[in-house]
Design a protein around this ligand. Structure first.
Ligand code: TYM
Length: 336
């Protein structure tokens, strides 16, 4: 483990183990984690406590939590320089969430658009955990005094709530928490569905052609890209509002090749959608293949994966315990 030098700023982020990871999650968050880990004191967790706000099959949740951790590593998270752990292994997350729940307003939490969307999606199970989910997310972040939180666009509102809770606690008691900033990339913060490019690419889309998963085979990736919904135009021009399907494919191509949007536009000048989709598919296949292969190798050694997660949890817990102790003391709980 690299020494945590005090001048390094801290980042923390996480993903839910509710399905295999998608290219959207990679583009919006994971690729920035990989970049930033070299500059920042970094913590990345698999947020299994968050996952049970939607009904989960226990065996699947257990498996997927390990899958997601292995995928973090396959994408480039190095457990020798970053702290990699599973949220439920650090009980302080739930403990801090309770204190923050008692500071969060019912009204402000009701405004969270993800809660509104998810309660509509899971109308048969609108549980209290789903409602207070963003407060648990705030606890994840504040517990380590993260300065920066690399996430996709859909988490911006949760970050705003986190900042409000940190400021409220600091004001009400005394300065305790760092007020974190979101780190949302300029490009790729919202990869769109391949089938309905007006909405976000989602791991839980009922239409499996809408989402590229990081474990998809070459053929599956190619076929999803070829069948991606575009529009009736013919030229490859970036216009996210009028032509979201093509714009989304251009963004994907930019991320997998490093070419700028202007370069892509000029490369495909005069060519049609079929050629463009072929190139986008090929680059995406070439990009995902080594990630998938590393994932398969890492996932096949469960013992080593669990050992990594155990040491990550121990390290995270050491830090979390100190912050929680401070919070409990300020809150007025008796220390023994
Ligand atoms: P989750 O698991 O839904 O998604 C993980 C991350 O991926 C980003 N993302 C996307 N980015 C671009 N395009 C997309 N189509 C796309 N889909 C997902 C998300 O913005 C997110 O950054 N609440 C969080 C998990 C969480 C968390 C935290 C994050 C819990 N505690 C503390 C940061 C810090 C969530 O449900 O992400």
């Amino acid at each position: 483990m690299e020494i945590n030098t005090p001048q390094k700023k801290t980042i923390l982020s996480g993903m839910q183990p509710t399905n295999d990871l998608t290219f959207g999650q990679y583009a919006g968050a994971l690729r920035n984690w990989v970049e930033l880990q070299h500059e920042y004191d970094s913590l990345f967790c698999v947020v299994d406590l968050h996952a049970i706000t939607v009904r989960q099959e226990p065996a699947k949740l257990r498996k997927r939590s390990l899958d997601v951790a292995a995928m973090y590593m396959a994408a480039g998270i190095d457990p020798n320089i970053s702290t990699l752990f599973i949220q439920s292994h650090v009980p302080e997350h739930a403990q801090l969430a309770w204190v923050l729940n008692c500071m969060a307003g019912f009204g402000e939490v009701s405004r969270m658009t993800q809660f509104k969307d998810k309660s509509a999606q899971h109308a048969d199970n609108v549980n209290v955990g789903l409602f207070t989910y963003p407060v648990l997310m705030a606890a994840d972040i504040l517990l380590y005094n993260a300065d920066l939180v690399p996430v996709g666009e859909d988490q911006r509102q949760h970050l705003e709530l986190t900042r409000n809770l940190a400021e409220r606690f600091n004001f009400h008691y005394s300065p305790t928490f760092t007020v974190p900033e979101p780190f949302i990339p300029k490009v790729g913060a919202k990869i769109m569905s391949l089938q309905e490019p007006e909405k976000k690419m989602s791991k839980s889309d009922a239409n499996d052609k809408a989402t590229v998963f990081l474990i998809d085979s070459d053929d599956v990736i190619m076929s999803k890209i070829k069948r991606a919904v575009t529009d009736s135009g013919t030229d490859i021009v970036y216009d996210a509002e009028k032509r979201p399907g093509v714009a989304n494919l251009m963004t994907i191509h930019h991320i997998t090749t490093g070419k700028s949007i202007a370069e892509i536009q000029s490369d495909f000048d005069g060519l049609g959608y079929a050629e463009f989709k072929e190139a986008v598919g090929e680059a995406l296949v070439a990009f995902i293949r080594p990630v998938r292969e590393r994932y398969t190798a890492l996932r096949s050694n469960e013992e080593s994966l669990k050992a990594t997660l155990k040491s990550g949890a121990e390290h995270a817990r050491d830090r979390a315990r100190k912050v929680l102790r401070k919070v409990y003391k300020k809150t007025g709980f008796v220390e023994l």
